[in-house]
Write a protein that binds this ligand. Structure first.
Ligand code: MN
Length: 694
């Protein structure tokens, strides 16, 4: 057993001025308080708090925390009272011990109402001093190490599950990965002993097969750094059994497919050297695409920082390499504890670091403000807030949204303008689609553009009332503006078929039962007032008919609102086009040769692309392409299309025979000339039998 002198010298190693007397008194006090109590293993109870204190000292935590480790069970398991503790050890230590005790009393498997209340207590305790949580986590880890002595299988499983669902995620959340890793493996062992053994066996096999693989790889890696002038410390670290298990589940791979079980660590002195070392690695070894991650530029939420890359290593096997500084390495293992540890010149100067854990307080506020906690909480896990999801802005502000909310909901939650102009989103540093559903803890960075505006499609995936209302409002306003503009153009168009100069004053809006000219234009655009009716309303129009040389210019309109491009003929810039007035829809633009416009009763409107035929837009044209039924054919045609700066928006195999494929391909192009180039390029290819625009 750890003696009091051993503990004192352990603490003195990093804090020479530590209060040895305080440590000794706490040691004796706890030992006497627990007396003849025994653990499930049969050993004296005091072994347990002594081990917890040892672990805390190994994390180089301040004396108060180490003392709390010694005393953490006296309130719960002995006759010692809070007042007694306060009198002997002072308010701070009494408060910490009390906090840990409260955490221990929380039962996560009780009814829902109690869970909510318990979780509130839990957050309350840890939000006041994060050291309470650190001691609790170390306590739980020690209990997990001796869990195999507990006779009841049921109890073992319950404790293991609670560890996996509550304590391991909390340890991860505050960055204490050493604790998280060990907790997960121990919990997994107790919950799924067979799977645990199978994976352990497989890891053994790989280890034995690759004799000295780790040592040899480390040696080879060191060689490439020799001439670089960077002093590095390289080691190999085997992956944890539980993390292998999780990988098997998320990536759907079997035990046999697991090969890289070691991650190599390159520890350097400075951040610059991290990037230089990455350069050294990438210069000497082939990188595996898509596996590089820069957590230095964009740290994980729990402040984890490192460069990760996977390369074909010196022994021609894929290896994962993590590059970091000594400090990053320590924070990766110990997280918040690294900030709380004793520093020679500035003892405990890092108390402010707890402000990074503002999420605890935010959760607390939400719990306190919700009248009925049962409604908020439906689970006993850390993901307890079944109906809510908690995300963060890049500044670390908490945004609470209903579960299922997307990045667009998030944007609107911050500000209407952010929502109305959002064009992209980075979640945890990665570009993802705007409709991505948010998950707890996501850091969401909304990218805006003044040229962006809400799209009708957004309405289908947003779930918050605010986002829905804003999008609707915008679309309604835009619709009104577009139809009003179309109505004005149509009215001018009618005037231009006469030799009467257009003037708003000539329109007697009362005749059309409109109270404003804007309303009149809108009704014309919508087709509520027909163009022929306007014609009749123009004084003496009959006597002044001339041939209409004017046409409505399409550039003034956003496609899809008051002006639409017909799906039957897919007109593109440069095509000869004609507009058909469709009540309620506006103008449908067809190619003049389109069969669909032959139907009687259509009101035709002359339309044109633009004055100078210069539009900064793209159009979709549909092609029927017949290709040879050969393996490369598809690759060849997609290649030709993209190398001609066009892109495929849709592709359908219409018909297939042993010799040929008939494809329908929608391509996005600038204009007819561009489309002509794409078609010509396709025709030069021997796999292409024919190309025809539909
Ligand atoms: Mn304990």
């Amino acid at each position: 057993m750890l003696t009091s002198s051993e503990l004192i010298s352990l603490v003195k190693e990093y804090d020479p001025n530590a209060n040895a007397d305080l440590l000794r008194r706490a040691y004796v006090f706890a030992m006497e308080a627990h007396g003849i109590q025994k653990r499930a293993s049969g050993s004296p109870y005091f072994y347990h708090p002594a081990e917890v204190a040892r672990f805390l000292a190994e994390l180089r935590l301040d004396v108060q925390t180490v003392v709390t480790g010694l005393l953490h069970d006296v309130l719960e398991d002995t006759k010692v009272s809070f007042e007694e503790l306060e009198e002997i050890f002072g308010a701070e230590i009494a408060f910490l011990v009390d906090g840990v005790t409260k955490l221990s009393k929380i039962n996560y498997t009780s009814s829902k109402i109690h869970q909510a209340e318990n979780f509130r207590k839990f957050l309350l305790a840890i939000s006041q001093d994060i050291r309470v949580l650190i001691v609790k986590l170390v306590d739980r880890l020690n209990n997990m190490r001796t869990l195999n002595y507990v006779a009841s299988i049921e109890k073992r499983k319950r404790v293991a599950l609670e560890t996996l669902e509550i304590y391991a995620p909390l340890a991860e959340r505050i960055g204490m990965n050493v604790i998280k890793d060990e907790m997960e493996d121990l919990a997994f062992y107790n919950l799924h002993p067979n799977e645990y053994s199978a994976i352990a066996l497989r890891l053994d096999q790989i280890r034995n097969k690759d004799n000295n693989f780790v040592q040899n790889t480390v040696l080879e890696l060191k060689k490439v750094f020799k001439d670089s002038g960077i002093s590095v410390n390289i080691s190999g670290r085997e992956k944890k059994i539980y993390s292998v298990w999780k990988k098997m589940q998320t990536r759907n791979i079997s035990l046999e497919q697991i090969n890289d079980i070691v991650a190599f660590r390159v520890i350097v002195d400075t951040v610059e050297q991290c990037y230089m070392s990455l350069g050294v690695i990438h210069t000497h070894f082939q990188i595996m695409p898509g596996r590089f991650k820069d957590y230095i530029s964009i740290p994980k939420l729990n402040n984890y920082r490192s460069l990760h890359t996977t390369v074909i290593g010196p022994l021609k096997q894929a290896i994962e390499v993590q590059i970091k500084t000594e400090e990053m390495h320590r924070i990766a293992d110990e997280g918040v504890a690294a900030h709380w540890s004793y520093k020679n010149d500035e003892v405990m100067a890092h108390k402010d670091d707890t402000k990074n854990y503002g999420w605890i307080k935010s959760l607390l506020t939400i719990l306190q403000n919700s009248g009925n906690p049962e409604e908020v909480i439906d689970h006993s896990k850390l993901e307890m807030f079944e109906n809510e999801v908690f995300c963060f802005t890049p500044n670390g502000d908490l945004i609470t949204l209903p579960r299922g909310a997307t990045a667009v909901d998030f944007a609107y939650e911050i500000h209407t303008d952010i929502g109305n102009t959002c064009i992209g989103v980075k979640i945890n540093g990665k570009m993802v689609p705007l409709k991505t559903t948010l998950r707890n803890g996501d850091q969401v960075d909304i990218i805006t553009s003044p040229y962006q505006h809400p799209e009708a499609a957004w309405e289908r995936f947003v779930i918050t009332g605010k986002a829905k209302a804003c999008i609707k409002k915008f679309i309604k306003a835009q619709e009104k503006a577009e139809f009003t503009a179309l109505g004005l153009q149509l009215t001018r168009y009618v005037f231009s078929s006469t030799d009467i100069y257009f003037s708003e004053d000539l329109i007697d809006i009362k005749k059309f039962s409109c109270d404003s000219i804007g309303k009149f234009y809108y009704n014309v655009g919508k087709g509520i007032i027909g163009v022929n009716t306007i014609r009749m309303a123009i004084p003496e129009a009959e006597n002044h008919m001339i041939i209409n040389e004017n046409a409505i210019c399409l550039i003034d309109f956003t496609p899809g609102i008051a002006v639409h491009f017909a799906e039957c003929c897919h007109p593109i810039l440069g095509d000869k086009i004609i507009g058909v007035l469709v009540p309620q829809k506006g103008i449908m633009v067809h190619i003049t040769s389109c069969d669909c416009i032959e139907r009687g009763g259509n009101v035709f409107i002359k339309v044109k692309w633009n004055q100078d035929d210069e539009m900064d837009a793209t159009f979709i044209a549909r092609l029927r392409i017949v290709i040879l039924n050969e393996t490369e054919s598809f690759a060849i045609i997609t290649n030709i299309i993209s190398s001609n700066e066009a892109s495929i928006t849709n592709l359908k195999v219409e018909h297939r025979s042993t010799d040929f494929f008939d494809l329908l391909v929608d391509v996005k192009v600038r204009d007819v000339v561009h489309l002509g180039e794409v078609q010509a390029a396709l025709r030069t290819c021997s796999s292409v039998r024919s190309v025809r625009r539909l």
